[in-house]
Design a protein around this ligand. Sequence first.
Ligand code: PXL
Length: 288
Amino acid sequence: MKKIAAIHDLSGYGRASLTVVIPILSYMGYQVCPLPTAVLSAHSEYHNFRSFDLTDQMPPIIDHWKELRLHFDALYSGYLASVRQLDIVEQFFCDFKKDDNFVLVDPVLGDHGQLYPNMDNRMIEGMRRLCAKAKVITPNLTEAALLLGDKPCVEITEREAIGWCVELGKLGPDYSIITSAPVEGDNRIAILAYNRQDGRLWRVCSEYLPASYPGTGDAFASVVTGCLLHDDSLPEAIERAAHFINMGIHATFGCEHNPLDGMNQEKVLHYLVESLPYFTYELLGTFK
Ligand code: PXL
């Protein structure tokens, strides 16, 4: 069975990070091995959340994994709770990256034009360094701007988002994927995915619903990780991730529901393993 090292926090309430990552990747048939970065009472968009940083616990956990001579098929990081964790995770990638596995970094920093609590410039710089070690990165639009040293703004054009996606490739990853990008002249939103190896840039559009659920970025990056481990192509991977998120949002939007509680993923997990009804991905061009 393929194994994934999942470096994320455990937020007790509100679906985000490990409570999203583990069910999705388990359902897709992988063994998830969590390396927790922090334990939170609830994710950080809830007022008054309590957070217990596990920075000091991470090195002994990693030491034990080395003693056990563990091998992972994917190394997948998300929310980090301290600046020191950036060095710990970078070293973890050096120790556990082999010829037959890959690294996916979801550079969790902020959303909707704002940094999350506890994030600062040192975290942005560190995430940029971590992205250079990854095969795949999955920032949202705000995180893409921060990684590129731009001011995060909510209003940008599709052309600018495409430019950012290509620029992100220059940080080092083979695949740079931006979620929540605008679509020109249209009320939809897009996922843009750039493959630096062949220069092709792909787009998958989704209907825009006036709702936002924390943790959808974690769900997105988890599905992409699982699909790439199944040897799906880059556009297939983003298509399945977009389809899953769409179904999850529709399974939530109609309910009387606190949006902070996240998407009702439990109702839609089966879409992770069913054939996609159709493909909608488009090639937007080749950018070298
Ligand atoms: O979904 C990203 C995420 C992960 N972990 C924590 C968060 C968030 C987003 O708010 O607060 C603790």
